[in-house]
Design a protein around this ligand. Structure first.
Ligand code: AMP
Length: 375
């Protein structure tokens, strides 16, 4: 089971703590993308069974997250008992943030709504946003609090230098993140396929590497902006190439020597050395996105080396924050996950946060009635 599938410790602590203090717990969540239809593949019933093992107490299950059965089961709970509702995304109203559906969900919670879904906080969905309009009191859960705490400190008041490491497939997914982090970071290291759009915009040869030709002007503009402000924006200087991701033959060249017909699939040793040095000087590190096609062992070296460099810097006192499923998988694969200060459970949410956006789920909590003293 990957870290992404294991319930974070904060969730388990929180549920135990609340149950021990006599709360009657009604748990709502989604799984996968059933697109508003009942699909047994995405049922939370197995989650109820597993949660039962983890909590060491019975977990009741309602086969629909709203309606008479869910209401009856929630009303029947006694202090310290737990009820899990079926996947909220079985209803199309969830993703539409439908007010009536939000009201029905809220009806299951007579005291306090706790939102701990940081990974969904960038979605204006009923169980995250709509529900807050109908509950008596709302609060952030322990995980939500921890995520916001780490990310807010990293971009509002970081220990410097703040080094941002960005990788992954597309520049277009991360434009706002690059722009915003250029305002707050001291250094940015860009690897992965997204680096090729930047490299090509500078007239460098990139062979058949992945590129977004419609983003070349934008990439050029960002590099010029960085130069104008003396912002340290570093791109790969060498790479591991193959004629296709499946080809057994690879070679390493400097970027300027990229041969025609070959594609860059990982950063090369000089880049790893340079990036690792920058990371070792950092006091805060934000990392999102792999530096190569790391799912294939032949092209995983750069990403794993960066994972180790981030862990090494953390051991020397830096705060490291990692988001995005691939980077999280990479620190696990490199065996250094436990050495990272904070592994975010929300790839999309953390990216939107780093892009400077207000997360709808967080805004809704801020606007909802806060917990009253004495409760
Ligand atoms: P993203 O979802 O944008 O973070 O992209 C992650 C994906 O980018 C992973 O599946 C990687 O295999 C892929 N990727 C990273 N670097 C490269 C590269 N140089 N060429 C092709 N794919 C890459």
């Amino acid at each position: 089971m990957s870290a992404a599938l294991r319930p974070p410790q904060e969730h388990r602590d929180e549920l135990r703590l609340a149950a021990e203090r006599g709360a009657r717990l009604v748990l709502a969540s989604h799984l996968g993308r059933p697109k508003g239809k009942v699909d047994p593949k995405y049922s939370l019933a197995p989650v109820a069974a597993r949660l039962q093992e983890l909590l060491g107490k019975p977990v009741a299950f309602a086969a629909d997250c709203v309606g008479a059965d869910a209401e009856a089961k929630s009303k029947a709970l006694r202090n310290g008992e737990v009820l899990l509702l079926e996947n909220v995304r079985y209803h199309p109203e969830e993703e539409k943030n439908d007010p009536e559906f939000s009201r029905q969900l809220a009806a299951l919670c007579d005291q306090l709504f706790v939102c701990d879904a940081f990974g969904s906080a960038h979605r204006a969905h009923a169980s995250v946003v709509g529900i807050t309009k109908f509950v008596r009191q709302a609060a952030a859960g322990l995980l939500m609090e921890k995520e916001l705490d780490y990310l807010t400190r990293a971009i509002s008041n970081p220990l410097r230098p703040l080094v941002a490491v960005l990788g992954g497939a597309k520049v277009s997914d991360k434009i706002e993140v690059v722009e915003n982090l250029m305002k707050v970071a001291d250094t940015m290291l860009i690897g992965g396929a997204m680096a090729y759009t930047f490299l090509k915009s500078q007239g460098q040869p990139i062979g058949n590497s992945l590129v977004e030709n419609d983003k070349l002007d934008l990439a050029r503009g960002l590099i010029e902006q960085a130069r104008g402000r003396k912002f340290r924006l570093l791109l790969p200087v060498d790479h591991v190439l193959a004629q296709s991701p499946d080809s057994p033959t690879t070679q390493i060249t400097g970027i300027a020597a990229t041969p025609d017909g070959w594609m860059g699939l990982d950063v090369g040793p000089k880049t790893i050395e340079q990036f690792s040095q920058e990371i070792s000087k950092a006091r805060t590190i934000l990392w999102n996105g792999p530096l190569g096609m790391f799912e294939r062992p032949a092209f995983a070296h750069g990403t794993l080396a960066i994972a180790k460099a981030v862990a090494g810097a953390t051991a020397l006192g830096a705060t490291s924050i990692i988001g995005g499923g691939d980077s999280v998988a990479a620190v696990e694969q490199a065996g250094v996950a436990s050495q990272i200060s904070h592994i975010s459970t929300g790839g999309g949410a953390s990216l939107e946060f780093l892009a400077g956006d207000t997360l709808p789920g967080v805004e809704a909590l801020s606007n909802a009635p806060a917990v009253r003293k004495g409760n």
